[in-house]
Ligand binder design. Structure first.
Ligand code: NAG
Ligand code: NAG
Length: 160
């Protein structure tokens, strides 16, 4: 009996440890499988009240998850129903590769008007809404944004 108890304890630890590892493996596999195909995204754009009344700037948008799945919108300003006028919130939709929880977003601005976003919220099939507060002028001809992913994102080409 004195030998059996430590043995059973050890067995318990090994079994529990193993099943936990298996759970993690299975959930990450289903998770990767779900991400195959195209997903739709809802983008809520709130333009700052300090932005020009109208803008002709060309705006590109890139966002994604911590695994390197990235959605690129070459012309956010041309998405149906997108409007980048001062002090208004507009919802636009786009499709792109599926991502898990979105945790980074970058904007590229090209133009002389100086569009200024207040915040942009994006959600997708497998991503809860995430708000990115900009509230600043986006520099011209440069990617500008935020990355809140815990692990650094690989460029999408690295995982494609
Ligand atoms: C995803 O969208 C692209 C472009 O619209 C299309 O060519 C492709 O077939 C789609 N893929 C799937 C799996 O639906
Ligand atoms: C994402 O959701 C849209 C509708 O909300 C649906 O039409 C589409 O098939 C979904 N895509 C995936 C890959 O689940």
């Amino acid at each position: 009996m004195k030998v059996l108890i430590p043995f059973l304890t050890l067995l318990f630890v090994v079994v529990v440890g193993f099943s936990r590892a298996e759970d993690t493996l299975i959930s990450s596999q289903t998770h990767q499988k779900d991400l195959i195909g195209n997903c739709s995204y809802l983008i809520n754009i709130y333009t700052s009240c300090y932005s020009p009344r109208r803008t002709r700037d060309h705006i590109s948008l890139a966002f994604g998850d911590k695994y390197g799945h990235q959605v690129y919108v070459p012309r956010m300003d041309e998405l149906p129903s997108a409007k980048l006028d001062r002090c208004i919130t507009k919802a636009a939709r786009c499709t792109g590769p599926c991502t898990s929880q979105i945790c980074y977003m970058y904007i590229y601005r090209n133009g002389d008007d100086g569009w200024k976003p207040h915040d942009i919220t994006v959600s997708g099939n497998f991503s809860k809404p995430f708000v990115f507060y900009f509230n600043t002028l986006i520099p011209n001809h440069a990617w500008f944004g935020f990355n809140f992913c815990k692990t650094s994102s690989l460029p999408s080409s690295a995982t494609a």
